[in-house]
Design a protein around this ligand. Structure first.
Ligand code: GLC
Length: 455
């Protein structure tokens, strides 16, 4: 008897602790459904745009050069993107094969691209004078792209936001932090951030993605308690129940606290997992080293690298969010425009190996210098030829699995036939098949073979 009362007490006591770990109730199947469009679309545009575009040397310029507010103000005072035409941006994204876009509604500098009731440090108070976010949403939606807002949890302008180790005014010792923060108060900032997230999720219609950035717990850092992440996320889910949220609000251990993970500027070696399970993921990457416009930065990736980034992400079950940093005039850098156009040329005829595709079943061996993707609905396998082979192309262990083979870009048949040259013939193992490729590499950056598989 006593034992059972004790047990009951324990259960009652522990319940709130367990309950806290949940933002909302949703089954695995419901989550998969909610993410379906995104998992299918695979390719999006990231846009970093703020007053840092005027400095033209990284969106972290305020921190990197420890610029005080008074001096940074010139970028605000001169923000007037007279050539801003979000319809053009949307058309570029679409032509590149991108299906969704995420823009910085506010970055770490604290400047808002939207008309907020809670600050004066906003686009409508610059010489530009208009709600640039509103114009962006209308334009991108009109082009049929899904809409996402990046919102920086970090804020280098709000007077009550406490100075931390990534702040432009960062110091070193605890005593110094105590002194510099004595008039600052995160509870005030917490309200502010919640109010602004409410604004962007209320005033612009249906928002498909919320991209919060970022937590850095630990000494002189910030995490969920500083942001009020639990309350914030509950509000987000209530305001936009279908929205997708990234994983940077420090809520990894909360059900409903995040939807996908965000490996940044590196290629994952395999499909990322959490607690042993494969999870939705999206890598965010730049065309060159910086997110915000950087005039004198020269590490631009070439078309093949960019396409491989996309294909490889899909081959591991993930998405690619590729960034542009528009200029202070509101234009997209010519190098990014060229790269987008080149990707578009490829996507136009090859996107079937991207949309709706994922990691190929392990039963298909990966031939040398190739990347595989697979569409489970159509049961087609895509072989991306990174290094175009000379005529004989062996598919190891594929015998009996392939009904028909063709190039994807022009639907021309590729013959499944004995390899040329008896040396090669002898080397073909019993379960291998050979494809006879034309000598000339087809006129696409990365040729794709589409295999229609046996049921
Ligand atoms: C980092 C940077 C930031 C950029 C972001 C994109 O968190 O702080 O400048 O916006 O990554 O993923």
């Amino acid at each position: 008897m006593k034992k059972s009362i004790l047990l009951l007490l324990m259960v009652l006591l522990y319940q709130p602790i367990f309950a806290q770990k949940k933002i909302w109730d949703e089954t695995e199947a419901e989550k998969t459904k909610r993410l379906e469009w995104w998992t299918n679309d695979r390719f999006g545009m990231f846009i970093h745009w703020g007053t840092y575009a005027l400095a033209g040397r990284h969106e972290w310029v305020k921190k990197n050069e420890r610029i005080p507010d008074s001096e940074y103000q010139k970028y605000f005072d001169n923000f007037n993107p007279d050539l801003y035409n979000p319809t053009e941006w949307a058309k570029m994204a679409k032509a590149a094969g991108m299906k969704y876009a995420v823009i910085t509604s506010k970055h770490h500098e604290g400047f808002t691209l939207f008309d907020s009731k809670f600050t004066d440090y906003k686009v409508t108070n610059t010489p530009y004078g208009k709600d640039a976010l509103k114009e962006w949403v209308d334009a991108f939606r009109a082009e049929g792209l899904k809409i996402g807002f990046y919102y920086s949890l970090i804020d280098w302008h709000h007077p009550k936001y406490t100075i931390d180790r990534v702040h432009p005014q960062s110091v070193t010792t605890k005593e110094e932090y105590d002194a510099i923060n004595k008039d600052r108060d995160m509870s005030v900032y917490r309200e502010y951030l919640k109010n602004q997230v409410r604004e962007i999720l209320t005033n612009y219609g249906k928002i498909d993605i919320l991209w919060l950035d970022f937590s850095f717990p630990g000494e002189f850092g910030k995490g969920r308690d500083d942001w009020g992440s639990v309350e914030l996320m509950k509000m987000v889910r209530k305001l936009q129940p279908e929205i997708l949220v990234n994983d940077r609000a420090d809520l990894k251990d909360y059900a409903g606290g995040w939807d996908f993970t965000t490996p940044e500027q590196f290629k994952v070696p395999f499909w990322p997992t959490y607690e042993g399970k494969k999870i939705p993921w999206e890598t965010c990457q730049t065309f060159s080293g910086s997110w915000g416009y950087y005039r004198d930065e020269y590490t631009w990736k070439d078309t093949k690298q960019l396409l491989v980034l996309l294909i490889e992400s899909v081959s591991k079950g993930g998405n690619l969010l590729l960034n542009v940093g528009p200029t202070g005039r509101g234009t997209i850098d010519y190098r990014a425009q060229n790269a987008l156009a080149d990707m578009g040329d490829w996507m136009k005829v090859n996107n079937r190996s991207v949309y709706g595709c994922t990691q190929a079943p392990e039963t298909f061996a990966v031939p040398d210098n190739c990347i595989l993707t697979y569409n489970p609905k159509t049961n087609r396998l895509y072989i991306h030829l990174l290094d175009y082979p000379l005529q004989n192309f062996t598919l190891p262990g594929y015998k009996g699995k392939v009904k028909y083979a063709q190039f994807l870009h022009d639907a021309s048949e590729i013959k499944i036939s004995a390899p040329r040259g008896h040396w090669v013939e002898q080397n073909l193992a019993e379960n291998d098949i050979n494809l006879s490729l034309p000598v000339n590499k087809p006129p696409v950056e990365i040729p794709v073979i589409e295999l229609i598989l046996e049921d």
